[in-house]
Every structure is written in structure tokens, then in C-alpha cells.
Design a protein around this ligand. Structure first.
Ligand SMILES: *Cc1c(COP(=O)(O)O)cnc(C)c1O
Length: 474
């Protein structure tokens, strides 16, 4: 073992960077392949204790006195990471909005990481700044085709975008701001209210899985003060989409602001056959959207779009070393007001590469194929007398469970599949019962893989049904 591997200290950038990177990339790719070979299913078998034990054995000392060298460390840890991964590219890894990233976008990440532009000042990211603006303008115009001056900020995801949306609402409407949302709203909205020192949101029940405009109207009448209504386009539990146009009219009639969390469904805008599902999205003052969901980007690739770019003014923040006025007057872009972060990754780069490579039509095809797969899965469940379907999917989320079984059995079944490493399914409460949740995001999933997924649920289900016969709950 070398006392010091000079390769471990080589830099990724500069004219010599690519030559240092190429053999390391080969090592990483070989290790990814080896790790995937060692893992027979969508995730490692054995559950947390077993997986942690194996990882610790493989990783050994992560801070040795003498380094083990670039290739050894990269190979060892990449193999261990891949072997122990929940791999969203596996057709049976369908629990969450956990996307299988496009190879193209992952390659773009490598290029961006090598250059490491930081989007907090122009002098750290000249071309990346220009591209960031171009992509932001493009996406903002997709969401707000009718608005003269839309804008978009890149975020770490909808959690940060929701936080920013609430912050902007507070800055525009004052600290007495009230928030009205549905029970199906993502938890990050209540958390953002807490972080911002706002009153906890008024949460309206959503028995039909969507926010009822009449209930919002009644609530706004009762509140009669500065309010932000939060709508959701693509709920986490069922993928339902709120009636966006009606909610916009209701909010407007009461002088309330509207934020739509379209983390999941927002990109349907690009798919001609499905775009009608998000009609009315553009009425919201702010919209959250994640391209690390139905956009197939490695995390993070979130945006917060605003109808009117002047809405972002409260985020301006002068600092002497990054956006001093004489620099700004001389034409250096002021970027600090475009994020709550300082150092900021060029997440727009992989998005730009993806949009350019696939085009509108290519992305629409992927989105439509994934939604079609969800409908096929729902058909298979519908046709099976041993399985219950919660409802037809709106997006790519399908809730189902074995017929005549208990919530406890559903929960156990999910954990068994996880522990055995056979399938990663989510869980969701809906209609007073617990369901298995398949959130399909793999655009290449086949009908056979969907049938296999159901087989995994059916096999133990039929067995345990016999045991629990006569004791179905709720
Ligand atoms: C995924 C999601 C979030 C959280 O977004 P992150 O990207 O994980 O921060 C919030 N709201 C909805 C509707 C989501 O689907």
C-alpha cells in the first residue's frame, strides 16, 4: 500500500482534470456494476441491523491514519453503497417519489461536480450563471405562459420551495399571515410555518383526497385577514390533484395569495395528453416543482416559480463581498437574492442537458409512459379478486391491498418485503384504511414487472388470508 497515493489528491478541474477523472470514473462504474450484481433485488436483504453490519465490515476504518488510495477507497465504498442501495431503477423499488435518474443527467452531474461552479456570485460561475438564468426563464415560462415577467429559483426540492413560498407570502402580507391547506398537504408546509414563526396552518379535511373550494371559501370568510392558500398538484399519498382553477378563483375572491405545491405533477405541463390535469396551475402566485421526481434528475432539482419576478424582491440581501452595489451597478449579476443558500450547486446544468437531449417530446413520452404503467397496474389489481384497488390513479401512485385483510397485515406485509429485499412499497392511509402504495417513476417498467410485483404481494397474502379469515378490520 503506498504511503500516499498521489492520485487521491489530483484535482478534477483544469486541463489535467479529465485525465485524473477518467480512470477513477472507470473504477466507480465497475464498482457500481459489481455492487448491483451482488444485490439480487431492489434493496439489500436483512433489514437495518444486517445492512449496517455488512456496510461497516465493508467500509472498515473510514478515517485511517494512512490513506488506502484513490482506487481502493472508491471501489470499496462504491461497491458497498451499490450493494446496499435501494435502487429506484429496479422495477420493484416503488415506495416513494424516489426517481431513477437518467444516465445522461448523472453524467452531467459529474461534469458539473468537476467544475464546481457556485452560484452565489458571478465570479465563481460565469457561464453557469447565464445557463441558470436561461433554464430558470424557460421553466418559469412553461408554468406561467401568460405572465409577462415570470421567474424561477432553483431549490433543493419542494421542501425548500414551500419554505420560500411561505416566506414570500409573509413578507408580502405581514407576520399575521394565516395559512389554509388540506390534510393532504405535504408536511413541509406546516414545518415551514413553524420555522418562519407563523401560526400553524388551518388544515381542512380532504375526505375526497382533494381540497374542497367550498370549504376553503368558508374558511377564508371566517378568517377575513391576510391568508395564503396552499394547493397541491400531486399529493404524496394518492397523487391526487386539487381543483386548481376553482381554488384560484376562491382565493382571488377573498384577496388571498395562492401557492401550489406541484412537486409531483408540475411537469405534466410538458405532456400534451396529460397537461389538462394541471390546468390552472398558472393562477398561483408561486409554484413548487421537483425535477427529481417526474423529471428523472438526480437530487436535487427543485424549483420555485413565481408569476411576477418582483415578487422575489424581499429575498435581496446585500453583502459586501458577494454583491456590493458598485459591482452590481457595473453589471455583475446579483445572485444572493436567488436562494437562501450561499454556496449553491449548479443544479440547473443537468436539467439543461436533459431538456436539450430529450426535448419536450422526449420528456412527454417518458411522463406518459409512466402514467400509462400506473393505469396498467391498476387494471391488473382491478382484475384480481384477491386484491383491492383504492381508486384509479391520477398520476403514477397506485394504492392497493389484499382483499379481506387487516391493516396490521398490510403493514407487516410491507415490512416483510423490505426485509427480504424483494420489493420497496410505500404505505398510505386513505378512506380509513391502510394501503400498500406503489409510486411508479420508472418510465421503462414493463407489464411483466408489474405482474411480478403483484405476485410478491399475492403470495403471502393468500397464505395469511387463511390465517386471518373471519377477522377483517375496518
Ligand atoms: C416530494 C414532495 C415534497 C418534498 O419535496 P423535496 O423535494 O423532498 O424537498 C413536497 N411536496 C410534495 C407534494 C412532494 O411530492
Amino acid at each position: 500500500m503506498p504511503a500516499h497515493d498521489p492520485g487521491a489528491a489530483a484535482l478534477a478541474g483544469g486541463p489535467a482534470g479529465p485525465s485524473a477523472l477518467r480512470p477513477l470514473t472507470d473504477t466507480a462504474l465497475d464498482a457500481l456494476a459489481e455492487g448491483a450484481r451482488r444485490r439480487p433485488g431492489p434493496l439489500p436483504a436483512g433489514g437495518p441491523d444486517e445492512v449496517t453490519k455488512r456496510l461497516r465490515e465493508a467500509a472498515g476504518d473510514v478515517l485511517p491514519y494512512r490513506g488506502e488510495g484513490a482506487h481502493t477507497a472508491l471501489r470499496t465504498l462504491t461497491t458497498a453503497l451499490a450493494e446496499g442501495a435501494a435502487d429506484p431503477a429496479d422495477p420493484h423499488c416503488t415506495a416513494h417519489l424516489h426517481t431513477p435518474p437518467l444516465a445522461l443527467a448523472a453524467a452531467a452531474e459529474l461534469a458539473a461536480a468537476a467544475l464546481n461552479p457556485s452560484l452565489d456570485s458571478w465570479d465563481q460561475a460565469p457561464a453557469a450563471t447565464a445557463l441558470d438564468t436561461l433554464v430558470a426563464d424557460t421553466l418559469a415560462a412553461e408554468i406561467y405562459p401568460d405572465a409577462p415577467t415570470p421567474d424561477a429559483l432553483f431549490t433543493t426540492g419542494a421542501t425548500e420551495a414551500n419554505h420560500l413560498a411561505l416566506l414570500l407570502a409573509r413578507e408580502h402580507l405581514g407576520p399575521a399571515l394565516r395559512i389554509v391547506c388540506g390534510a393532504h398537504t405535504h408536511h413541509s408546509v406546516a414545518r415551514a410555518a413553524w420555522l418562519l414563526g407563523l401560526r400553524p396552518p388551518t388544515v381542512l379535511p380532504t375526505p375526497q383526497d382533494t381540497l374542497d373550494p367550498t370549504a376553503v371559501h368558508d374558511t377564508l370568510t371566517h378568517i377575513n385577514g391576510p391568508t395564503l392558500v396552499v394547493a397541491t398538484a400531486g399529493t404524496t399519498d394518492t397523487g391526487a390533484i386539487d381543483p386548481l382553477t376553482q381554488l384560484a378563483h376562491t382565493a382571488q375572491a377573498h384577496g388571498a395569495r395562492l401557492h401550489t405545491d406541484a412537486a409531483y405533477a408540475g411537469l405534466l405541463r410538458l405532456a400534451p395528453r396529460l397537461a389538462h390535469l394541471v390546468d390552472g396551475l398558472h393562477h398561483a402566485h408561486t409554484v413548487a416543482l421537483d425535477l427529481h421526481k417526474l423529471g428523472w434528475q438526480p437530487a436535487a432539482a427543485g424549483i420555485l416559480a413565481v408569476r411576477d419576478h418582483t415578487d422575489l424582491t424581499p429575498l435581496n440581501w446585500p453583502t459586501d463581498y458577494l454583491n456590493t452595489p458598485d459591482d452590481t451597478d457595473a453589471g455583475l449579476p446579483d445572485l444572493i437574492g436567488r436562494s437562501l443558500r450561499t454556496t449553491r450547486r449548479p443544479d440547473s446544468f443537468k436539467i439543461a442537458v436533459t431538456l436539450k437531449a430529450l426535448g419536450r417530446a422526449g420528456l412527454a413520452e417518458l411522463i406518459e409512459a409512466t402514467v400509462a404503467a400506473a393505469h396498467h397496474l391498476a387494471d391488473l389489481i382491478d382484475d384480481d379478486p384477491h386484491l383491492d384497488l383504492y381508486t384509479r390513479p391520477t398520476l403514477t401512485t397506485v394504492l392497493f391491498r389484499p382483499t379481506d385483510t387487516t391493516d396490521t397485515h398490510v403493514a407487516t406485509l410491507r415490512r416483510d418485503l423490505l426485509t427480504r429485499g424483494h420489493a420497496v412499497l410505500g404505505r398510505a392511509h386513505a378512506g380509513g384504511r391502510l394501503w400498500l402504495k406503489a409510486t411508479l417513476l420508472n418510465p421503462h417498467i414493463t407489464p411483466a414487472a408489474l405482474d411480478d410485483l403483484l405476485d410478491l404481494v399475492r403470495a403471502p397474502a393468500t397464505r395469511t388470508d387463511a390465517l386471518t379469515e373471519g377477522t377483517p378490520t375496518r
